[in-house]
Write a protein that binds this ligand. Sequence first.
Ligand SMILES: CC(C)(COP(=O)(O)OP(=O)(O)OC[C@H]1O[C@@H](n2cnc3c(N)ncnc32)[C@H](O)[C@@H]1OP(=O)(O)O)[C@@H](O)C(=O)NCCC(=O)NCCS
Length: 175
Amino acid sequence: MRWWDVDPVLALERELFPEDAWTPGMFWSELAGCGGPAPMRRYTVAEAPDGSIAGWTGLAFAGESADVQTVAVAPRRQAAGLGTLLLRDLLTAAADLGCREVFLEVRTDNHRARRLYERHGFEPMGLRRGYYQPGNHDALVMRRDHTRPLPPPPGPRAPDAGGTPAPSVPTDREA
Ligand SMILES: CC(C)(COP(=O)(O)OP(=O)(O)OC[C@H]1O[C@@H](n2cnc3c(N)ncnc32)[C@H](O)[C@@H]1OP(=O)(O)O)[C@@H](O)C(=O)NCCC(=O)NCCS
């Protein structure tokens, strides 16, 4: 993700997270952590064939531990395998960085995201009550033992499975 991606990402962010969208300042601050001699963040975007943003991910890392900061897929690109592709890319990067455990928080009522994480070996650790404000939604804290391999990727999708096909290889532009 580069500075020119922030505006289109923000537009989608507000659509996807109407109650608690990240602010421009939050994205700028995260992107600042991607550069320099000792980066602490990794942000990527997936680009659709028409050049629009199809999805993005953010990872924070320090030593042997990492946190999934965000995973998001544009509404019209969802349910086509892109979220899986993006999460697997992020988890592979965490392994390459030497991380042995990966944490995340997810809204307890976000069942699609929870299933995605569970399929990739994340296990519930506990609840953070009222973590998401405004709205007072609880967060489920999940942890992945990142010494374990990733599950095999899903096979090709049946043509009638619905959704817009995901790009086979997302454009991965690291800051
Ligand atoms: C959560 C989110 C990232 C998932 O992205 P996505 O692109 O829709 O995810 P996928 O298409 O990879 O997976 C969705 C479903 O398609 C299925 N699928 C994915 N690839 C498949 C394939 N090749 N063949 C068959 N099914 C497949 C998955 O099994 C999954 O099914 P399920 O919803 O019944 O569990 C997306 O819904 C999103 O951006 N939501 C809003 C933002 C958000 O909540 N982010 C998470 C914050 S913690």
